[in-house]
Ligand binder design. Structure first.
Ligand code: HEM
Length: 467
């Protein structure tokens, strides 16, 4: 799977390299099980706590059958991400590649990576966000919120997943929300994603096996839609054009079928569950922070009032979005404390020196993004959900330098602007229309992506602030 097999001596002892402290455990299993043990996603968990205590913020370990350097050090994390493509390369486990595809953006490097990344970033650029993603996000969000029944508990995570899936599948493949074909694809997608984080055990019924099968079916759907569109373009009957990623990529690129399918799957994957998790975390954190909800209501009521004064339609515009400043602070704080992506994985492409330690060529490096987000020496009252810490004037360089929920540099998140837009539009409609309470206690655990064991069951009450 990852890099080299642990335990194999690659000569670092002979070469006199000074590796970070740490123990390597058993060659194959190493410390993978303790590293992967679930813990609250608002913390780094016992394994990392204990290792920092024993060895400091940079240590070596045997993880995922590889010799690895784990970094809980924000400076090393930045160094790794800012040297992607020069000193570090992607290191995606084979099991993940079998599911996401070998041409998935996060596994590519060099010119092909740059090309696919720029296609993805252009697809989610400001122009398309204004004309497609903003109105679509608002439509799917308001439709979903309109279906919420007062007083009847439901799972917030499931609702967030549906909204984000419908939004992505419309923008990637022009598939409609609510129709059986889309629901079927969503169900397939769920098994697909469970497989991405499962171990690659290829026995019938395993999450990995199901995911590999789901991949085949989803790619089949994509191929059918692609053929249909190519035919329509030839016949001059295609009325979608570049309104979805399918048309956009057919027009803008000359990717082969495999690259094409993997890119579409990659954006569905990257852009669906991440944002849905962030929205669920937002509901969870705000529930315990009525002051933030009050300030959000004021911000969003003011926007509605101004629109009415100007005689504008109710639909949100890009200009309205730009005014939602406190909401952006709430999103930043949600991503800091919620830790949607706990860690990323790289491989050293050469021998590297950092803070007096050597990282030998070929070793796996695991920058733990959560670490700096919950470091009490960086954030005051680190475990408190405090959106005000991000308000202009009170943001220090240290806060920003340690904040990296979307990664950094060459391989940073292609959809970060879109993610923020989706979450803020959701926030607008949530706080203006509902009060909510948790129907049962449920807390996010890192497994390693944040999960709510009960799906965050909530009960809502409709408000009439907008009358
Ligand atoms: C709150 C939501 C999100 C979070 C926290 C998040 C986080 C991240 C992180 C940390 C990475 C870097 C991975 C690495 O360095 O190995 C990443 C990459 C990526 N993300 Fe996101 N993401 C979010 C939403 C989205 C959305 C909405 C999309 C697209 C629709 C998206 C598409 C991608 C893609 C394509 C990459 C790979 C970029 C590359 O390899 O160059 N993400 N994301």
């Amino acid at each position: 799977a990852f890099g080299q097999l642990a335990g194999k001596d690659d000569g670092w002892r002979k070469r006199g390299l000074r590796l970070p402290p740490g123990t390597m455990g058993w060659p194959l299993v190493g410390e993978t099980l303790s590293f992967g043990k679930i813990h609250p996603s608002t913390s780094i968990g016992d394994y990392l706590e204990e290792h920092i205590h024993k060895y400091g913020k940079i240590f070596k370990a045997n993880l995922f059958a590889s010799q690895a350097v784990v970094s809980v050090d924000a400076e090393l994390n930045r160094f790794v991400m800012l040297n992607d493509g020069r000193l570090f390369e992607p290191c995606t486990p084979k099991g993940v590649l079998d599911i996401l595809g070998h041409a998935t953006p996060m596994a590519l490097s060099g010119d092909l990576h740059r090309y696919i990344k720029s296609l993805s970033v252009d697809f989610m650029g400001i122009g398309r966000m204004k004309s497609y993603f903003l109105p679509d996000a608002e439509r799917y969000i308001t439709e979903t919120l309109a279906s919420w029944e007062e007083g009847t508990p439901f799972q917030a995570k499931e609702e967030a997943s549906k909204m984000m899936f419908n939004l992505m599948v419309k923008n990637v493949l022009s598939m409609k929300a609510g129709v059986p074909e889309t629901e079927r694809l969503r169900k397939l997608y769920m098994s697909f994603m469970k497989g991405v984080i499962a171990l690659p055990l290829n026995f019938p019924g395993s999450a990995y096996k199901k995911a590999v099968e789901a991949r085949k079916v989803i790619l089949g759907v994509i191929n059918e839609l692609m053929k249909e569109r190519i035919q329509k373009r030839r016949d001059g009957t295609d009325d979608i054009g570049e309104a979805d990623l399918l048309g956009f990529v057919l027009e803008q690129s000359n990717l082969d079928a495999e690259q094409f399918g993997d890119l579409l799957l990659g954006l569905l994957f990257g852009g669906h569950e991440t944002s849905a998790t962030a929205i669920t975390l937002l509901i969870y954190f705000l529930h315990d922070c009525p002051l933030a909800v009050k300030q959000l209501r004021e911000e969003h009521m003011e926007i509605v009032r101004m629109k009415r004064q100007r005689g504008e339609p109710a639909a949100l515009t890009w200009e309205d979005y730009k005014l939602m400043e406190f909401s952006q602070c709430v999103v930043r704080e949600t991503l800091r404390l919620g830790n949607v992506v706990k860690f990323i994985v790289r491989k050293a492409s050469t021998d590297i020196k950092f803070k007096g330690y050597d990282i030998p060529k070929g070793w796996t490096v695991l920058p733990i993004l959560t670490a700096a987000h919950v470091d009490p020496s960086v954030y005051e009252n680190v475990h408190k959900f405090d959106p005000w810490r991000w308000q202009t004037g009170s943001t220090s360089k240290a806060l920003n330098d340690n904040y990296m929920p979307f990664g950094l540099g060459l391989r940073n998140c292609a959809g970060l602007q879109l993610a923020k837009l989706e979450i803020v539009v959701f926030l607008h409609h949530l706080v203006l229309n509902f009060d909510w309470e948790l129907a049962e206690p449920d807390n996010p655990i890192a497994s390693p992506f944040p999960e709510f064991p009960r799906g965050l069951p909530i009960k809502v009450r409709r408000l009439s602030l907008l009358q």
